[in-house]
Design a protein around this ligand. Structure first.
Ligand code: ZN
Length: 123
């Protein structure tokens, strides 16, 4: 694989759109940029952090954004974990496991019992 992903943060990224950001990073071989957003009072707002995909296999230590040198951190994606069986590597809607934690919780709840998950009692 000849590309890598990294996260850079700069205060000007909040108000810039993605094409402006990619144009601004033209001399760093950026293939793609994706903003990191957050929910504030029910609306999605962009943060100052952007995930960049570089065409080089080696992640640059720093990038230049409008005459400032900004450090680049490696992008570590979230772990994919099944909501149904709690195993790693697949979504709940693609689950083929015989373990069904959600069904177990519903049965226990309908019977009025409590159960323990990760050492805590859940009603
Ligand atoms: Zn599963």
């Amino acid at each position: 694989m000849n590309s890598c992903r990294g996260v850079a943060s700069h205060r000007d990224f909040v108000d810039m759109d993605l094409t402006e950001i990619v144009d601004c990073m033209a001399d760093h071989d950026v293939i793609e940029a994706r903003k990191i957003t957050k929910m504030v009072d029910g609306t999605r707002r962009s943060t100052s952090s952007v995930i960049f995909t570089f065409s080089d296999a080696k992640l640059p230590e720093r990038v230049h954004v409008q005459y400032e040198s900004v450090p680049v951190r490696p992008c570590i994606p979230k772990t994919l974990r099944c909501f149904n069986c709690q195993l790693y590597g697949h979504h709940g809607n693609a689950c083929r496991s015989s373990l069904n934690l959600l069904g177990y919780m519903r049965r226990r709840r309908s019977l009025g019992g409590s159960m323990h998950i990760l050492g805590r009692e859940v009603p």
